[in-house]
Design a protein around this ligand. Sequence first.
Ligand SMILES: [Fe+2]
Ligand SMILES: [Fe+2]
Length: 331
Amino acid sequence: MESYIPIKICDLSPFQTLDFDVYILLLSQNKYLKYIHRNDPIDNTMLLKLQGRGLHVLFVSSKELDAYKKFIAHSLSAKFKNPAYTSEQRIAMVKKEAIQLIENLETMSEGSDVSTWTQNCFEIIMEFIYQISTVDSMEKMFNDFTKNTEEGSPFIKHSMQTCALSVLLGTLLGIHEHKELTELAIAGLFHDLGLKNMTAAAQQKYFRGESLTVSEKLQIQKHPADGAEKIKSMFGNNIISQDVLKIINEHHVSTSVNAYPHNASLAELTYLTRIVAIADCLSRLVMQDGVFAFPLIVSKLILIQQRDLYHELDMKILNQIKTVATQQWEG
Ligand SMILES: [Fe+2]
Ligand SMILES: [Fe+2]
């Protein structure tokens, strides 16, 4: 006789496709109803709806238990949640997988099969958000996500930092919506993808804050549009939202004469773009010192404010962040 085995909703991620059906239990009728059909990509709103109703358990048929076990064995999120790992080991795994994700995206060509990449992307992002939003100390989060990344390229370090900082700053500013945190994380991770069109030497110079040649400057000006275009051509608008593409495209918009792209208006920037822009500047400033430690974040925030270093940044948001960060640092 067919029976049903409970599974955890948190093991499923948006855009995954399963080779088994998933059921919900209708308590009032004591009936199992097919909720996620095999081979249908999992819709994020479906998952959010269930979580909104306080549901944490779904079911698979006992006949398909082997398929479910196989899925779990290959699933990144299940790997992250393995209780055998310490929190440090989990963070190390997330970092390693995030690096893979960025590197794979660079080498993917248009028309590639993007489903595995997409699935991994959402699983990693969800773990990033989980790790960051469950840590109540900005200092601990910053140190956890920046230590042990010294071996990576400046581009990788900066992408990871901007991702983690965007989510952290968003959380500090009171954003708890999963959709918004996901957008902050994805935009933070891929905001500078367009820099990959430059040589490694030019990237190094950019991250060190050294002066660039005229042609390098031109390439820098194109990187927001290049990055957004690359992602759009790979995924269309369905997987990476328009809002994320907008953040990537506009993360350097400012009132300054050196701003790019020139046709965007500062007043039209979304709240999330302003947060990613602050995270981006903080990470670049910290990288220029070559030291990755939380106290630098607070001192850089103060520096930005005192000298009006990046006048494209939203000073009201920056002030709020500085207040919370200083409180945390002074404990
Ligand atoms: Fe950038
Ligand atoms: Fe950046």
